[in-house]
Design a protein around this ligand. Structure first.
Ligand code: NAP
Ligand code: MG
Length: 502
């Protein structure tokens, strides 16, 4: 850890437990062993607000991935895990949730320091979300079953279905909600009796490695959960084509998801793809304009806009457009731009210099495309990969800043005249992850919901999440669902059984 990072951690009184974890050499977790990369490779981890070096993580190889898959297979194919009764799995998942709760502050600090995000939001959203997700799926372990069927066939048969765990799950995770996204994939997989190999994002692997220590402490058998850190092009690619992986669960960008999906299909792997978004927000004149402006700003600037279902395209009824823009700017000005460990931080730095540059390039592009900067849009002094929250006005759907995912704190807006026009503009996108409506006219809201081509529709709020509610996109935002009872179907095979009775 370099001195800049040390000073940062000291300035905000980071706990001894967190410091201890961050100061020790990091190892991958494979078959219950803590390992370096088989070729000794490792990479620097950069802290986003100081730009200092935090630590190093192993850069796993295809061999490391293979070892992890073998460990996971051994547990699935007759190992101790496969012998556990559902209530025993349930108890172990609850024990893991308890440990995460106990170490919640430490995990929130690790996440904030590694990814750059607000520590307060990490505790309230990422860590609490992880605990809640594990608890929700723990309860499912004992509630998965098939059905008996009354056949019409002549003769005497017993016909029933069995729900069977799909096998070894390969989970590929992005960097915006590292621990929570991993928990979305793990909770349901463990509940159904699968085993798991996780490839965290290269930029944010640390919380997964601390999580692995808690997996071990919870008494989950070695090999049930494996964490292989490294590059997407190496470990991720190896996972995608490994014949020992039965199901691939990928969260990330649409282009990478597309490639991964095609490769996985060569072996007919089961597949879930949670991909990008450019979620529309429709604000009607009858909405509470002040409240709507705050909700829209929170819905796009939370996690500095590095949120897959962020409401990034706002269509506002023309009569209230000027007032809405003003309310948006007034509220956005109150959001503190600060390092993640600052308890008042709302706008944290981007995860990396590359992501900062990508967002700044889009802001420059928006100006070049003729969109008006209504708020922000100026570079900020370093150190730290900060981007000012930025609001564009009078955009058009044919601008690239409106059609492409930016994945930063950038909101594009434009006025509309009729409900039909708003709906057409909202649906005019390759993505379909989420959409939001702000209105107090229940009849109108109810009529619009079925017409929006999106996996989630929020009304008078944004990004409300609960493990009991399914999450996943329409169109190029993905395939399949995480969370909710729906996710279980993507981790189970259904076997039809016919017994001919005498
Ligand atoms: P990304 O570049 O697609 O990477 C996602 C993951 O895939 C990372 O772990 C990455 O590893 C890995 N990867 C990269 N290339 C690979 C390959 N050829 N084969 C297998 N794996 C590969 O996305 P990101 O930039 O990390 O995350 C941002 C994107 O995720 C945004 O588009 C966002 O909308 C989307 N997202 C979607 C959801 C959802 O639920 N729909 C949730 C969160 C984020 P490395 O880190 O080593 O490159
Ligand atoms: Mg990092």
């Amino acid at each position: 850890m370099d001195n800049k990072v040390k000073a940062y951690l000291q300035a905000f009184g980071v706990s001894e437990a967190t410091q201890r974890f961050l100061s020790k050499p990091q190892r991958m977790f494979i078959g219950g062993a803590w390992l370096e990369a088989s070729d000794g490779g490792s990479a620097e981890v950069v802290e986003p607000s100081t730009e200092g070096v935090l630590t190093r993580i192993p850069m796993g190889t295809a061999d490391d991935l293979d070892r992890a898959v073998r460990a996971a297979r051994a547990q699935f194919d007759g190992g101790a895990w496969s012998q556990l009764k559902p209530l025993e799995r349930e108890r172990l998942i609850h024990r893991l949730a308890d440990l995460i709760e106990t170490h919640g502050d430490e995990l929130a600090q690790i996440e904030a320091i590694d990814m750059g995000k607000s520590v307060v939001q990490a505790r309230a959203v990422d860590i609490q979300g992880t605990v809640d997700t594990l608890r929700y799926f723990a309860g499912w372990a004992s509630k998965i079953h098939g059905r008996t069927v009354e056949p019409s066939l002549p003769g005497n048969y017993l016909a029933y279905t069995r729900k069977e765990a799909v096998g070894v799950v390969g989970a590929i995770v992005p960097w915006n909600f590292p621990l929570q996204t991993m928990a979305w994939k793990l909770g349901a997989a463990l509940a159904t009796g699968c085993t798991v190999v996780v490839k965290p994002a290269e930029l944010t692997s640390l919380s997964a490695l601390r999580f692995a220590e808690l997996v071990q402490a919870a008494g989950i058998p070695d090999g049930v959960v494996n964490i292989v850190t490294g590059r997407g092009s190496v470990v991720g690619q190896a996972m995608t084509c490994h014949p020992g992986i039965d199901k691939l669960s990928f969260t990330g960008s649409t282009p990478v998801g597309c490639t991964v999906g095609k490769t996985a299909m060569d072996q007919m792997k089961r597949l879930t793809l949670e991909l990008g978004g450019k979620s529309p927000v429709i604000v009607f004149a009858d909405a509470d304009i002040e409240a709507a402006a705050q909700a829209v700003a929170n819905g796009v600037f939370f996690n500095s806009g590095q949120v897959c279902d962020a409401g990034t395209r706002a269509y506002i009824e023309r009569s209230v457009y000027p007032a809405f823009l003003e309310a948006l700017a007034r509220y956005t000005a109150t959001l503190k731009i600060a390092p993640g460990l600052d308890p008042d931080c709302f706008i944290s730095p981007m995860v990396s210099q590359q992501q900062q540059q990508r967002v700044l390039d889009y802001i420059a592009l928006g100006k070049a495309e003729g969109a008006q900067v209504h708020y922000g849009g100026e570079p900020l002094d370093g150190p730290g990969f900060y981007v000012q929250p930025t609001i564009f006005a009078h955009c058009r759907n044919d601008m690239r800043i409106v059609s492409e995912e930016i994945f930063g704190p950038v909101l594009v807006t434009q006025p509309f005249d009729t409900q039909e026009q708003a709906l057409a503009l909202a649906n005019d996108s390759l993505f379909g992850l989420a959409a939001a409506i702000y209105s107090n006219d229940l009849g109108r809201v109810h009529g619009l919901i079925p017409q929006l081509r999106a996996g989630t529709v929020y009304v008078n709020a944004h990004s409300t999440l609960d493990p009991a509610m399914p999450f996943g996109g329409y169109k190029q935002s993905g395939y399949g669902k995480d969370l909710g009872a729906e996710q279980l179907e993507f981790l189970l095979e259904t076997k039809a059984v016919w017994i001919t009775l005498p």
